[in-house]
Design a protein around this ligand. Structure first.
Ligand SMILES: [Mn+2]
Length: 294
């Protein structure tokens, strides 16, 4: 298995909330070096499971950042799709670091268009991102990324599981969730049932598609754990919950993206460091699947 780090330095569609996530690909890459330096002879000691996990050629290969055109949404999204597709063509598992959450659409479109069969998605976010359009934000903002994903021809909305959602959203989104059969495990529910039950329920809810993508908006975490986000919703998940879930789900998904890490609102790179660890837990979770040990 080969993993590719792909940066998407785009935040021109962060129409509400704080801009600044364009800087995340570089700060998360920097934070990842703290993990990479623990590699010895292509192996890392994973304390969560008391295992030494063997990688091949390091944890993650770096494919740099996508060259984007400021304020040209269509051209930039086309380049993101293309870069994600190239990762697949070259045999890499894409680990894509945005960018505001609008980039979830071109990332999943890149995966969808380059593969056969049906897609579903596991989506961590405080918000739903199911807005069709708004007079303030248009159709391609960071509030509509998941809505646009659900419109892809081979994407199955009933295999979309949104986790960590909380507080308040639009009644129109509730209508869309019901119409499309989208599944939710709210932050409150997640906290009640615990991480391993949430993983098992997610796998059950997202069954029946050929491919699954894992999309993480870092604001799924409580602001206490991720001060460097684009928007803040209290009552979120802990870092521990997100890392454990990511490692356990990793064998069941084909790709990962992280959005809305914002170095401009961050405190001493705390949030970039969480994001780097989400990537690393995904990689070791795939290399050392829990399922195989049960
Ligand atoms: Mn969000």
């Amino acid at each position: 298995m080969k993993f590719a780090y792909l940066g998407v330095p785009w935040d021109y569609t962060s129409s509400l909330g704080w801009p600044g996530s364009r800087y995340a690909p570089d700060t998360v890459r920097e934070a990842f070096k703290w993990i990479n330096m623990r590699l010895q002879s292509e192996a890392v000691y994973w304390l969560d499971r008391e295992e030494v996990v063997v990688t091949s050629g390091g944890l993650v290969g770096d494919r740099g950042n996508v060259d984007l055109v400021a304020y040209d949404v269509n051209e930039s999204f086309a380049r993101i799709e293309h870069a994600v597709g190239e990762c697949l063509d070259d045999g890499f598992i894409p680990l894509v670091v945005g960018g505001d959450d609008a980039v979830t659409f071109p990332i999943v479109k890149g995966l969808h268009d380059r593969t056969q069969g049906t897609w579903g998605m596991v989506h961590f976010d405080a918000h739903l991102d199911l807005m069709d359009s708004s007079p303030y934000q248009g159709r391609l903002s960071h509030s509509s990324g998941v809505r646009r994903v659900t419109e892809l021809p081979r994407f199955k909305s009933e295999a979309l599981v949104q986790l960590g959602c909380r507080n308040f959203n639009f009644p129109a989104s509730k209508k869309y969730v019901d119409e499309r059969g989208i599944k939710h495990i709210s932050a409150a529910e997640y906290d009640r049932i615990g991480t391993m039950a949430a993983v098992e329920r997610t796998i059950e809810l997202a069954r029946g598609v050929d491919h699954l993508h894992l999309a993480v908006d870092i604001d799924v975490l409580d602001p206490a754990f991720a001060p460097g986000a684009g928007a803040f919703e209290p009552g979120g998940l802990t870092s521990r919950q997100l890392l454990d879930f990511t490692a356990a789900l990793a064998p069941h998904v084909e790709s990962l993206s992280i959005a809305e890490v914002n170095p401009l609102t961050d405190f001493r790179t705390m949030t970039s460091s969480v994001a780097a660890n989400v990537l690393a837990h995904f990689v070791v979770g795939k290399l050392d699947p829990l399922d195989a040990k049960r």
